[in-house]
Design a protein around this ligand. Structure first.
Ligand code: ZN
Length: 134
């Protein structure tokens, strides 16, 4: 078998080229219309989940950005990102969970940043108060 893409020869039993990943040339016994029918339906079924995943990622990024300045807002957005990310992960098939997972992780980072800066703010406020009093 010679790869159509990179011209390397490889084992006939493989379904794809091990050098560049290009699929083996399609043989005549598979009707091409079988490929065309499935993706639009799958896309339709997954689009609300994709919206949820996008929302999760956006909330997570904003949570990280805002958590430094307004820890309470960052905490709330982080929890929203975590909830949406988790929901989207349940709705999407395993190979399409990238954005949902990213949103989930951003939510966790957002919450951690919010908590850390909340503590820093409290410590700074306490040390400023003690500086004023002593
Ligand atoms: Zn190849």
């Amino acid at each position: 078998m010679i790869c159509n893409n990179c011209k390397q020869s490889y084992d006939d039993n493989l379904n794809a080229c091990p050098y560049c990943g290009a699929a083996k040339a399609v043989t005549d016994n598979i009707p091409p219309q079988q490929y065309g029918q499935v993706p639009p339906q799958a896309y339709q079924a997954n689009s609300p989940a994709k919206g949820t995943a996008t929302g999760s990622l956006v909330c997570g990024i904003i949570a990280i950005a805002i958590g430094v300045f307004v820890p309470l807002a960052g905490l709330i957005l982080g929890i929203i990102a975590l909830t949406l990310g988790n929901k989207a992960k349940c709705m999407l098939p395993a190979d399409q969970r990238g954005m949902a997972t990213a949103g989930f992780i951003c939510g966790i980072i957002g919450i951690v940043i919010a908590v850390i800066f909340w503590i820093i703010n409290a410590v700074v406020a306490a040390s400023m108060l003690s500086y004023l009093y002593y």
